[in-house]
Structure formats: structure tokens, C-alpha cells
Design a protein around this ligand. Structure first.
Ligand code: 13P
Length: 253
């Protein structure tokens, strides 16, 4: 049985005081009842240290939204896995479509980052997904297979245990247009089969595959009920404690 994950990607939201407000509200809700779900928050870098302090002794894990593949160097504006680790970061979102499209990140670069994250014992939340155009042209499976294969290139079976995959169809991100549970399940079951072909079925059955893209309290349960959807990577709905908590509750069955 794979433990479900609900991860909140704060993106470029929440300053210092808003970070304190959101985390205290979330902790308050979780103090009355915390389901058996792995809860992760991924604030912006500026809030990482503060968030880490605020969630100490809680059941919330700390994640980051990105990192560079190098350990250190002259890369103005970048942050390394070594730095994140020193602040207690346990997960890192890599290959998000916003990084791929706005910042031109390639599959090769994402692959290097995944390897580096594992080296620093940070679990990558490896995102992939097709654009609307690719879906309409019948290319969804080719696209996600290509992203998966390149992203995991050179990663050993043992290291794969630390990787979480997140299927995020680009057309569903921030658009309010969620993939139907069937559409998400179809791709996620395909991804699991591919992982099983790349490695073996035992490890494929252990890898958590999340769905992301306009997940809300109203649609979370139907998505999370699908056999190959092991939770969600949440954008907009994680910015309010109430909706994020409702989604966490939806993951407990
Ligand atoms: P939304 O939930 O706002 O669609 O964002 C999803 C996402 O990109 C999470 O990484």
C-alpha cells in the first residue's frame, strides 16, 4: 500500500508574515485531526528557513520548488541542494512545467538535478506532463514517456525509491480545467508500466505518482480514488489552509 502524499507548491506566493499565517492556520487544523497522509509544503526560498522552524515537531515535511544541479559556483540567483539540505529540506520539486517553459529547462538539466538531489538525500518530486497542443495531436503518451525516460536516465533502482513522480498536464495547471480522474489515471497507469519496463514491476508498484493541475477540495477525492493516483501536487488551493486541509482529508481513503 503506497502512502498518499499531498504536497503544496506555493509558487511565488507568500511573504514572511503570510508564511507565518498560513502555516499556523494549517497546524491548527492538523492539531484537531491529522490523517495518515504525507503532507509537504514547498514555500519559496525566502520562507524556507522560517517554514522549517514553524513546522518543527509537526507532521508537515519541508520541500523546495527548485534547485540547481551544481553544488556551488558562480550561478547568480541560484540555490543548490547542499544549501537546501542545510535548512532541513526533504523534498524538491524538479522539472515543473513553469520551469520547463519560462526558464527553458531541458530534460537533461532536470535529470542532473534529480541525481544531485538524491546525492544530498533530498527526495525529488519529478514533474512531467503534456501541453494542450500535444494532447490534441495525440502525442501525450510519447511526450510523457520521453520526459520520464530522460529524467530518470542513469538513476539506479535503489535511488528510484526516493523519487516521487508528478503528472501535471500543462493545460490543467492554474486553468481550473482539471484532468478527469479517468484521463489522469490513464496516463499515470501508463507511467507506472513504463517504470516497470525501465526497472521492474516491484519497484514500479512502490513509486508514488501524484497528479497536479487544478486539484481542489471538490475534485480531490475522485482523483485520489484512482488506483495509480497516489496523491496530489497542489498549486492555487494550497495557498489557503482550509482548502489545503480539505484536500489532505480527501487523500485519506
Ligand atoms: P494549480 O493547482 O494551481 O493548477 O497548480 C498545479 C501545480 O502546478 C502544482 O505544481
Amino acid at each position: 500500500m503506497r502512502k498518499k502524499i499531498v504536497a503544496g507548491n506555493w509558487k511565488m506566493y507568500k511573504d514572511k508574515s503570510e508564511t507565518i499565517e498560513l502555516i499556523s492556520q494549517l497546524k491548527e487544523k492538523l492539531s484537531s485531526y491529522t490523517p495518515e497522509v504525507e503532507i509537504i509544503i514547498c514555500p519559496p526560498y525566502t520562507s524556507i528557513e522560517l517554514a522549517g522552524e514553524l513546522i518543527k515537531n509537526s507532521k508537515i515535511f519541508l520541500g523546495a520548488q527548485n534547485m540547481h544541479s551544481e553544488i556551488e559556483g558562480a550561478f547568480t540567483g541560484e540555490v543548490s541542494g547542499k544549501m537546501l539540505k542545510s535548512f532541513g529540506v526533504e523534498y524538491v520539486i524538479l522539472g515543473h512545467s513553469e520551469r520547463r517553459s519560462y526558464f527553458k529547462e531541458t530534460d537533461e538539466f532536470i535529470n542532473q538535478k534529480i541525481k544531485r538531489a538524491i546525492e544530498f538525500d533530498i527526495k525529488p518530486i519529478f514533474c512531467l506532463g503534456e501541453t494542450l497542443e500535444e494532447r490534441e495531436n495525440g502525442k501525450t503518451f510519447d511526450v510523457v514517456e520521453n520526459q520520464l525516460t530522460k529524467g530518470l536516465s542513469g538513476i539506479s533502482r535503489i535511488d528510484l525509491e526516493k523519487v516521487v513522480v508528478a503528472y501535471e498536464p500543462v493545460w490543467a495547471i492554474g486553468t481550473g480545467k482539471t484532468a478527469t480522474p479517468e484521463q489522469a489515471q490513464e496516463v499515470q497507469s501508463f507511467l507506472r508500466t513504463k517504470i516497470s519496463e525501465l526497472y521492474d514491476s516491484e519497484i514500479a508498484s512502490k513509486v508514488r505518482i501524484l497528479y497536479g493541475g487544478s486539484v481542489k477540495p471538490e475534485n480531490a477525492k475522485d482523483l485520489f480514488k484512482q488506483p495509480d493516483i497516489d496523491g496530489g501536487l497542489i498549486g492555487g488551493a494550497c495557498l489557503k489552509a482550509d482548502s489545503f486541509y480539505q484536500i489532505i482529508l480527501a487523500a485519506q481513503f
